[in-house]
Design a protein around this ligand. Structure first.
Ligand code: FE2
Ligand code: FE2
Length: 137
């Protein structure tokens, strides 16, 4: 289960808030699985996650491009890969393909925690050097 922890913070309020929403979105998917909801419901939740994810990635990319982050290109590729994978899951829920919601929950939880705690943390020093982060308390 994804619960927010302060160690996930990138010290930029707008990004932290979006990360919390992404975690919430993955949690709703997991709860829908526990309630054994329909394939349409799963596809709809993934549709939201894709749209919200796109918005979040645009926000994040604009900020790290602004600070001249050296690993921007590979980070943007990771975002694109995530969107492609989630889009693939959504299409499988919409078709007759056999797909189990547990597989999606497993992917979302792993990817989000891994990405937010490693890849996203790597741009923090660059943002901090530009004065874009909050002072640590
Ligand atoms: Fe990211
Ligand atoms: Fe992020």
């Amino acid at each position: 289960m994804l619960t927010w922890d302060d160690r996930f913070s990138v010290k930029v309020t707008v990004i932290d808030e979006q990360h919390k929403q992404l975690f919430g979105s993955a949690r709703r998917f997991s709860e829908a699985m526990q309630r054994n909801e329909s394939r349409e419901a799963f596809a709809e939740l993934l549709g939201f996650l894709i749209e919200y994810g796109k918005m979040h990635f645009q926000t994040e990319e604009a900020i790290f491009l602004q600070c001249g982050y050296e690993a921007a290109a590979s980070h943007i590729e990771q975002h694109q890969l995530f969107l492609d994978i989630v889009q693939g899951f959504k299409l499988r829920f919409e078709s007759d393909d056999l797909i189990v919601a547990a597989e999606v929950v497993h992917f979302l939880e792993n990817w989000l925690v891994e990405h937010v705690t490693t890849s996203d943390q790597r741009y923090v020093p660059c943002l901090a050097a530009q004065g874009l982060t909050k002072p640590s308390s």
